[in-house]
Design a protein around this ligand. Structure first.
Ligand code: GAR
Length: 206
């Protein structure tokens, strides 16, 4: 059985892109650490199973992550996709799912790991910005890269206009990466990701 778990914290637009991508999976479960995440309602409306695990109910990160792993394991997922999951995961959690834990990040990694990527991109005056789907490793926002999409930074851009341009691309690349994974087309070779049958123009989008 091919099961996919999507972890969210808030809006859930990347989750929605994954849910609407008609992936060939048998089961999808959306888990949120935030009971008020608007993405939960979107998932429910699309008829997808949702679970809530409020991190504020736990004394520390280790305990929350252990409970999260327990919930995740009940779904026996082939892949766990972080889609705007705004919590740092403990080393133990990351190690448990190494090679099947993916994230989408709103910058062209390794540039701008962490938060506030669009504001920092504008501050630095860069001309090309974008987003990255990568495997999660112990170093925050630094795992093997599956696919990236670039967008121009335009004169007069605000954080909001730039974020919106990047988000459009996020919604393209995340379903693509997850589809490849589900089709067993992704091989990890150290820090390199090989995608069987994918051309350069499919893993590097301009
Ligand atoms: C997305 O832009 C995603 O790339 C980013 O949060 C946003 C969530 O939006 N993730 C991170 O910054 C993770 N470091 P969404 O809830 O609408 O998908």
């Amino acid at each position: 059985m091919k099961s996919l778990v999507i972890l969210i914290t808030g809006r859930g637009s990347n989750m929605q892109a994954l849910l609407e991508a008609k992936l060939q999976v048998d089961r999808i479960t959306v888990i949120s650490n935030n009971p008020h995440a608007s993405g939960l309602e979107i998932a429910r409306q699309l008829g997808v199973e949702t679970l809530i695990l409020d991190h504020r109910d736990f004394p520390d990160r280790q305990t929350f992550d252990a409970a999260l792993a327990e919930k995740v394991d009940t779904c026996q997922p082939k892949l766990i996709a972080l889609a705007g999951f705004m919590r740092i995961l403990s080393d133990r959690f990351v190690q448990r799912y190494q090679g099947r834990l993916m994230n989408i990040h709103p910058s062209l990694l390794p540039a701008f790991p962490g938060l506030g990527t669009h504001a920092r991109a504008l501050q630095e005056g860069i001309r090309i910005h974008g987003c990255t789907v990568h495997f999660v490793t112990l170093q925050l926002d630094h795992g093997p890269i599956v696919i990236q999409a670039a967008v121009p930074v335009l004169p007069g851009d605000s954080e909001e206009t730039l974020a919106a341009r990047v988000l459009q691309q996020e919604h393209r690349i995340y379903p693509q990466a997850v589809r490849w994974f589900m089709e067993d087309r992704i091989r990890l070779n150290g820090n390199q990701v090989e995608v069987t049958g994918a051309s350069v123009s499919e893993v590097a989008l301009f």
